[in-house]
Design a protein. Sequence first.
Length: 612
Amino acid sequence: MVTPLLVWIAFFIPLAACVIITLCALKSKSLSSFLAIAAILTSFICTLLIAVQIFNTHPLVEYQQSLPWIQFDSLTVSWGFLVNPLSVLMLLIVTGVGSAIFIYSKGYMANDPASPRFFAFLSLFAFSMIGIVLANNLIELFICWELVGLSSYLLIGFWHEKPSAADAGVKAFMVNRLADFGFLCGILLLWGLSDMGAGKSFELTRLASVVPYINPHLLQIVALLFFCGVMGKSAQVPLHVWLPDAMEGPTPVSALIHAATMVAAGVYLLARMFFIFEPSPGALAAVAYIGGLTALMAATLAVVENDIKRILAYSTLSQLGLMVMALGLGGPIQGMYHLTTHAFFKALLFLSAGSVIYALHHEQNIWNMKGLLKKMPITGGTFLIGALALCGIFPLSGFWSKDEILSLAYAHNTLLYLTASLASGLTSFYMGRLFWVAFWGKPYSADHSHESPLVMTIPLIFLAILSIVGGFIGIPHFLDHQDHPSPNILIALVSSFIAVLGLGLSYRLYSKRPVVDPLETHWKTIYGILKNKYYFDTVYSWYVDCIQQKLATILSRFEKIYIDYYCVVGLKNTTKASGRVLRYLQTGLVQFYALIFVLGAVFIFLLLAKSL
């Protein structure tokens, strides 16, 4: 039995922190950070207690509770929660990893005068994501989904006085609005198809029960529309362009978006709504191939990137592609397994990168860094653990979850298995490149960087431990309480060989820090294509400037000439002219009114006489 009060506290206390900070603590750095951290830690503790209650319940159960919110005719929309192993696992990620990021943010944002506003936004972000995880109906889920988009806009553009940050926030917001339009259409279509005798419903449990009775072709359309929302939030091709630019926000924001919240929301939605996708093989195939394409494409882009945060951003894109591919291949457990371990080591990598940026006074180009492992041993050591986990090196957490996806792909689709393996090899190569260039060797003589304070390094150590042991905590068993086959030894050996090969090749090319990137020297054409990000942004900019803006100009002129002038102005002039004519009938003289009355009576009399 789940204690409802624990769920409601975990749900709403970050929102309470956001409201209190906004109303009472915007001038106090210490109070705002304390309130935000206390709120997320309280959510985490409540989640731990809920997890114990769920895990000790046999057989596996779901528990939900709702409060009436909107009601008219036969439609009722509630605000409630649905607790099951999937939602509890995701809630542990959001609140657990989120707690580490919140604590780290206290040190990272210590010198920023706007840090109270930052912690208010962080708390709103946490509430929104918790709402997505716990929502028991699609309306509540969509509201929280949009709140996550709003929060990301506020946080990515937090340093709004910098044009690039403001533009990045707008870009993320607009791309996600485009994707969410498809998601909203899918919600409305599914609701329209859900009438099975007891009235239409937005509740997830009821929708799951009526899905088998829906026309398969219409259900496939619903699934693809839902996937539009996933493509926006989880940055799948071709709606991936906002995620690298999101690095303009403070580094804790990057860690929160990439590890525990926003981009994970799309994968979670796929798993949560898998009852819609499972009967739709066409939709699942589209999901799998788009995921595989995203994984490979993002990995190639990371190979030529020089910004430490953008390298990690493309890494996130690639790993999200693997998760989405796993869902498309019919493996929600494998996808959620990798989402969980990825949250550990990706948060670690971003926070380690933030520690470097903090120490180097906001320097982000890896070619301006050297020998940081000696200058910052805790940051460098934890970054190395996160990088090896990302590469899938045994026995770190990434090895176990990534091999689950590779085994799934090997069993179902050879092309996607080869795609995922190549993406994994490139991951090892670009993470090795980053480490050898920035952390390896002898530091610059003029480098006065030093280790970050404890408030920043303790979360790194905590996340490093999770990155090491995360593969051994039985996540697949927790999700469905069933025994799973042992890892495929052949797949594990091949993937380990590919990972070591990528690291070895990067060591050969970059351990001695060449003056010019060898890829730029020997692969100029390909290097240029990759540096231009496959020209996605160029094409989108051309479309906006040359088509959308020109079309908008034509429509604007049409509106001014035909709508405003002929319709609005014409109607206005007609009304004014009619008023002038009718004004002559309002003289105020009783004799005039009597004359009009007599003339009217005579006119009516003549009409009657004529008719007789």
